[in-house]
Design a protein around this ligand. Structure first.
Ligand code: AMP
Length: 413
């Protein structure tokens, strides 16, 4: 007999809770609603819920004070009832939580119990902003929906297949042994989703797929996948490493910390880390925005105060992506089934895709301009037949992946 159930997916950040509710019938998943509680514990907190109605979503928005995650979780649960998305709390039996950092402890998604919570807590030093927020989201929903079973899905777990020479930094080995200093990699849930998609698109088993996936959003990383496993990735100990991002620097010379502290007495390790996370990347170089759409607009507008800086930001952003693709094609011995662009920028910016491909001189990659520009729903191949590697734009869906994991782990319980 087919079983119908609801799965709630929660992504709790330091001042926000993103959520999606899915209906599951056996192995089929339909989104019922999605939404966001934002500015938690900040003035003018905001709540948005979008309820599925055929192919469209009907949006409701409320501004109210939401002092903490527990209050935010209550707003979500109340709204699900108020807008009649669920009839009853009892309908929500399974909740999947996005966890950013699972350190070396978690190599796959897992049903949450006290031991798992202790494990996630022990990873807090590796993700001091992300893991406490996710744990707060978890404890809020555990309190409010106490009958539900909860699952943790980690951004890092996909990359536990990296080999030692890929995950180690060339620092004293004891830093790794005593303090777990190593490359962990992130966006694993997105990479897993795209990999699943590729098995259908390429009609190839997962463990035979070699691909390079560019997850280009506000946070951005690249992953080389060999035989269905993460082989190399650009993010490191934290999500600050690698590509130039919205407001994150990506790779820099590590001496910059010490140098800045020596030349500016107001600078500390904390202020630099903050600046590298929040005031760098596209924002830092362009001087005005971390949002690619703004930076593209100002790079095209000669009268814009930050026109030249914006052009520079785009050039630097694109060059670094291109260099990683070249490096990863070499890592995969030039045996690449697909080059994929995904996430906000990768999915939507034809200009960035075009500039990245133009920047790659050592591989014979060719886009079809009309396909690169085309509207699409799920995925589209955008390369010419002569392209050495087929190129795709694919819409990622991390929430659906979390929903799948939650379903699979709990289906027999
Ligand atoms: P994400 O973090 O995946 O939501 O991606 C956010 C980034 O995607 C921001 O830099 C946006 O400017 C960018 N983005 C979203 N839509 C578009 C679009 N249509 N064209 C260019 N960039 C976009």
């Amino acid at each position: 007999m087919s079983e119908q159930n609801k799965i709630l997916v929660i992504n709790a950040g330091s001042s926000s809770i993103k959520f999606q509710l899915f209906n599951t019938i056996d192995n089929q998943f339909t989104i019922l609603c999605k939404g966001l509680v934002e500015r938690i514990a900040i003035k003018n907190s905001n709540f948005i819920i979008e309820i599925a109605n055929g192919d469209k979503f009907i949006k409701h928005e409320v501004t109210k004070d939401i002092p903490n995650h527990l209050a935010g979780a209550r707003v979500v649960i109340d709204a699900l009832r108020q807008y009649q998305v669920i009839a009853d709390f009892a309908d929500i039996k399974r909740i999947g939580h996005r966890m950013v950092h699972g350190g070396q402890k978690f190599n796959s998604s897992i049903i949450i119990d006290d031991k798992v919570i202790a494990g996630i807590k022990s990873c807090i030093p590796l993700a001091p902003l992300h893991n406490p927020a996710a744990l707060e989201g978890l404890s809020s929903f555990q309190e409010l929906v106490s009958h539900a079973k909860h699952v943790a899905v980690f951004d890092t777990s996909f990359h536990t297949t990296l080999s030692e020479e890929k995950y180690l930094y060339s620092v004293p080995y004891d830093w790794y042994k005593s303090y777990e200093v190593r490359r962990y990699g992130f966006h694993g849930t997105s990479y897993r989703y795209i990999l699943e998609k590729l098995t259908n698109i390429l009609n190839k088993p997962k463990d035979k797929i070699n691909t390079i996936i560019c997850h280009l959003g506000n946070g951005a990383s690249i992953c080389a996948i060999k035989n269905g496993k993460s082989f190399n990735t650009s993010m490191g100990l934290t999500p600050l490493d690698g590509l130039i991002m919205g407001s994150r620097s990506g790779i820099i010379d590590p001496s910059i910390h010490g140098y800045m502290c020596s030349v500016n007495t107001e600078t500390t390790i904390e202020t630099i880390t903050n600046d590298l996370n929040k005031s760098s990347g596209l924002l830092g170089i362009s001087g005005h925005s971390s949002d690619l759409r703004d930076v593209l607009a100002s790079s095209n507008d000669k009268s814009h105060q930050h026109h030249l800086q914006s052009q520079l930001a785009i050039t630097m952003f694109v060059q670094r992506i291109a260099n990683y693709i070249i490096q990863y094609a070499n890592d995969l011995a030039n045996n690449v089934d697909a080059l994929v662009f995904t996430a906000g920028i990768g999915e939507n910016s034809a200009m960035i895709r075009q500039l990245v491909i133009e920047e790659i001189k050592v591989l014979n990659l060719k886009l079809v301009a009309s396909k690169n520009d085309d509207q699409y729903n799920d995925y589209l191949e955008i390369s010419d037949k002569q392209s050495q590697i087929p190129i795709f734009k694919i819409r990622t869906n991390e929430e659906l992946m979390i929903c799948h994991d939650t379903y699979n782990l709990l289906k027999n319980i």
